[in-house]
Design a protein around this ligand. Structure first.
Ligand code: FAQ
Length: 315
């Protein structure tokens, strides 16, 4: 029988991708496609789990029972997103514990946004509105990602993120209509989270080393800059609606393009945060490592229990 060459396999693969046929775990795929997905999906999973920390910080101090219940549910949703995504990584043959160890050792990245502190209640509003808002903008196209398990996981994640965005915007709306102190607190949160939210979309297109290939493979459907622009266009009118000011003196509507023009992002700050030098990087990784160590006894007990049950069944 004639052996199929690597080039033929790659051509067939690309044809499938071009015809919008989903790639499933047992299908042949180029090694680099697999590696790209493991990198992106595991970093996405880490972001969901590390992303629980800035908001988890406010569960015990939410201003009333309703806010506490909603915030608790939201943080639990983020844990669920992490679980779907770690499962999606496993379908690519990656070892879940290894990917988590890579986070703890600093080898794997997670979203820069979660390295900023959340000193006030308004930050819960800003995170829901801006961070979940940016996450949805980036993740809705991922529902059409060429890799089946990732695309399917994203459908549910996006539904939940959409609820999160609404609850954040509602917190900001209430604060912006409240006392002058409450409005100032909402404005301050917007001032601190606006630029980091824009950074979530990643480097400018000409600096993005993975975009071209990821778009050819239909892992990504839009470039970092296109998604960032969509986010600005959608979010600026929302800020206006609730009487808050976007902290960008260069922001202006361009009648001709039908888009907002906005100021230069501080890319030096972005790379500093990505490389581990943001305000909370150390604390975030420490919290995750401590959680693994402190939860070890639960894992040991669960495995001992499972082993005992399995032994009983075979006896
Ligand atoms: N932070 O060549 P590109 C959420 C890295 S989930 C840190 O453009 P790519 C839910 C990038 O990894 C938020 N690193 O890379 C929630 C690469 O480095 P590497 C997370 C970043 O992959 C809400 C290098 O820079 N969402 O918020 C960042 O084509 C509220 C070059 O960049 C996802 O992960 C960054 N912001 O595009 C939870 C979505 N940007 O890996 C709790 C899936 C870039 O070679 C509360 N991921 N880098 O070492 C993606 O769509 C893409 O991976 C991008 C980056 C768009 C993030």
């Amino acid at each position: 029988m004639k052996e199929i060459s690597l080039v033929d396999l790659e051509n067939r693969f690309q044809k499938k991708v071009d015809s919008e046929i989903r790639i499933e775990p047992n299908d042949w795929m180029p090694e680099e496609y697999r590696r790209t997905l493991i990198r992106q999906i595991s970093q996405h999973a880490h972001s969901e789990v590390v992303g629980m920390l800035p908001e988890g910080n406010w569960i015990t101090r939410a201003p009333n029972l309703r806010r506490k219940a909603v915030l608790l549910a939201k943080v639990q949703d983020e844990a669920g997103h992490g679980l779907y995504l770690y499962s999606a990584v496993e379908t690519l043959g990656a070892d879940r514990e290894q990917t988590i160890d890579d986070l703890h050792s600093g080898k794997a990245k997670y979203s820069s946004i979660f390295n900023y502190p959340t000193p006030t209640w308004a930050d819960m509003g800003a995170i829901g509105w801006l961070v979940d808002g940016a996450a949805i903008m980036n993740q809705v196209p991922l529902c059409r990602c060429s890799y089946g398990p990732y695309a399917r996981a994203m459908v549910r994640v996006c539904k939940e993120e959409s609820f999160h965005q609404r609850q954040g915007f509602e917190i900001m709306t209430v604060l912006a209509q409240g006392t002058p102190e409450q409005k100032a607190m909402a404005q301050d949160a917007l001032d601190r989270f606006w630029w980091p939210a824009l950074m979530m979309f990643g480097p400018n297109d000409d600096e993005s080393k993975h975009s071209k290939q990821s778009m050819k493979w239909k892992i990504k459907r839009f470039s970092n800059d296109d998604l960032r622009q969509q986010f600005v266009d959608v979010t600026v009118p929302q800020a206006k609606l609730i009487g808050l000011t976007i902290p960008d003196p260069d922001l202006k509507w361009n009648e001709k393009t039908g888009h907002y023009e906005f100021g230069e992002i501080n890319w030096d700050e972005f790379w500093q945060v990505v490389e581990g030098n943001g305000p909370c990087n150390f604390d975030r990784i420490k919290a995750r490592k401590d959680a693994k160590e402190k939860g070890m006894w639960v894992r040991k007990a669960a495995s001992a229990h499972a082993a005992k049950r399995a032994a009983r069944k075979t006896a």
